[in-house]
Design a protein around this ligand. Sequence first.
Ligand SMILES: CC(C)(COP(=O)(O)OP(=O)(O)OC[C@H]1O[C@@H](n2cnc3c(N)ncnc32)[C@H](O)[C@@H]1OP(=O)(O)O)[C@@H](O)C(=O)NCCC(=O)NCCS
Length: 292
Amino acid sequence: MSDVRIRPMQLADVPGAEQLSAEAFLDVDQRSVRRSWPEPELRATSRAATWIERTEHFLRTDPDGCWVAESDGEMVGFATSAVRERLWVLATYAVRPGRQGAGIGKPLLEAALHHGRGCLRAMLSSSSDPKAVRRYRLAGFSLHPQMFLRGTVDRSALPVVEKVREGTASDVDLMDSLDRRTRGAAHGVDHPFMLEHWRLLVSDSTTGSGYAYVGNGGLALLAADNRLTASRLLWTVLADGPDEVTVPHLTAANEWAVDVGIAARLELHTEGYLALRGMAPPTPYVHNGALL
Ligand SMILES: CC(C)(COP(=O)(O)OP(=O)(O)OC[C@H]1O[C@@H](n2cnc3c(N)ncnc32)[C@H](O)[C@@H]1OP(=O)(O)O)[C@@H](O)C(=O)NCCC(=O)NCCS
């Protein structure tokens, strides 16, 4: 550890960080019986470009939240984080397999957490890696087990869903209000990135408001002001998606989503934790793994 230097991440570090991340998470995947994230091949191709763009986005908005651990001029770990209003989120955190468990991750996480020192709340989606979970609990996070749904949608179970439309950039104020209400902070500057990469669905009627971002891999983020609207949006995501779907990142606070999945005859599994400081699990809300 004595030869390791913690320094701010630079744009030139991002492709190397992507490779390191892919290696570290492939390693976790291989040790995990079930996984909620996509197959490694998928990660290696189109996801790599999106990962790089997303990390460059964080580096632009939060240069003080993104850190690299370097040993002999080589990157051996990194942590990227962002502050949105009074909420700190950890986007990605990884140490090179073979160098893990030797104290490199601790100062990296501390550097990222320092970026959020003025925040009332903190939020991250933890893998099942016991080393990660140990770091987060020691940093004062409460660990809320995450579930995910996976399987083939039973199309005969799909209800008729009304009052859901395509969203646009003109819905950003509505989405920011919903995020403040559910997770205590707007996504703000993240919307241009999300609008560019994902389809946006919006429900805004007399019975309630909500939105869902949908990527190739399925549901990316969802917030609503009541469970009926949230369920309506999730049913639309399932109806419009492929037969084989994954709905990741569900906490026990979001049983409405579990119930939609059960009704659609999807399988329910567990993986990882939603780790929180200064807040209860948001609901009705399905967080994104990196943009939370
Ligand atoms: C999570 C991760 C970034 C932490 O980095 P790291 O360099 O391994 O972290 P550290 O060595 O500083 O801390 C790990 C802690 O777990 C302990 N540990 C080591 N092996 C362990 C094991 N098999 N089970 C439980 N704890 C273990 C270490 O002793 C240390 O605790 P301590 O500081 O109290 O002694 C790294 O392990 C990693 O990349 N994991 C795979 C990717 C991942 O899951 N990232 C987190 C995404 S949310």
